[in-house]
Design a binder for this molecule. Structure first.
Ligand code: CDP
Length: 254
């Protein structure tokens, strides 16, 4: 198993964007509750997993979703889908309004290999700094986080902006060097040639853009649990994540 971008488990509701909720997450009711299908008292956990590129957050989030039988949203895919739209239209990633146009009709196939391609990764990192793009994608993510049965979301701003009231928040990180090695291995496994120094430089500039942007910068929420995967195998990282989540949920239980 690698820390890479494997197939994403996405549970029910991904892509659905009901516009009926504009309340804070803690007060939101799901569509199912509105039509009387779910007991609002029986609510699954909301787990927020944030962290920088190639930190292992996707691997951890997928494993948590599978373990707790919760739907999972890889929010990076939304930014990648906008980037892919823009790239296919030949739009200008340096122009916020063109990037915003690329948010319209955001249907995408999560198995599309181009979503994970280098040009799209670069464009995703650029357009995700635009406030208008983030605003256009906000409701969809908050709706997913607010569904009655709970959910796991991974990204950069889940614990700080999308689901500030999440039951458990993990901030998954690793040294830039380790993350560059992982990304290089992923690229090589996909048959692409790349050099370690270039990949490391790319990781560093992505970190800078993510952490330095004005809107929803990448940062550990004050109440997030830190998981440093630098010296962990994927299996160890998953085991540690499960331990942290179990512990936090047990402490919160009445
Ligand atoms: O793991 P990696 O950084 O390669 O990519 P990702 O998680 O798929 O995210 C793609 C891009 O979207 C990143 O460069 C982030 O800047 C951005 N992103 C974001 O700004 N906020 C999120 N919640 C998720 C991703």
């Amino acid at each position: 198993m690698s820390f890479g971008a494997g197939p994403t488990f996405v549970g029910p509701g991904f892509g659905a964007a009901p516009c009926h909720r504009h309340m804070p997450l803690s007060k939101q009711r799901s569509l199912a509750e509105d039509v009387g299908l779910a007991d609002p008292e029986v609510k699954g956990a909301v787990i927020a997993v944030d962290g920088p590129a190639a930190s292992g957050k996707g691997t951890v989030a997928r494993a948590l979703a599978s373990h707790f039988n919760l739907p999972h949203m890889d929010t990076g895919l939304l930014y990648r889908a906008v980037a892919l739209n823009l790239w296919r239209w030949g739009g200008d990633a340096g122009n916020q309004f063109e990037a915003l146009r690329a948010c319209d009709e955001l249907g995408f196939d999560q198995a599309d290999p181009e979503l994970r391609s280098e040009p799209v990764s670069k464009i995703a990192s650029m357009i995700s700094a635009y406030p208008a793009v983030r605003a256009a994608l906000l409701q969809r993510q908050q709706d997913f986080a607010g569904q009655a049965g709970g959910a796991v979301l991974d990204g950069r701003d889940i614990g700080t902006v999308i689901a500030p009231h999440a039951d458990v928040k993990l901030f998954v990180t690793a040294s830039a060097q380790v993350r560059a090695e992982r990304r290089l291995k992923e690229l090589q496994e996909r048959g692409m040639s790349a050099h370690y120094e270039d990949v490391l430089a790319d990781i560093r500039s992505r970190d800078e853009r993510d952490a330095g942007r004005e809107v929803a910068p990448l940062k550990q929420a004050a109440d997030a649990l830190l998981l440093d995967t630098s010296n962990l195998t994927p299996e160890q990282a998953i085991a540690e994540a499960l331990r942290l989540v179990d512990e936090r949920l047990a402490r919160a239980a009445p």
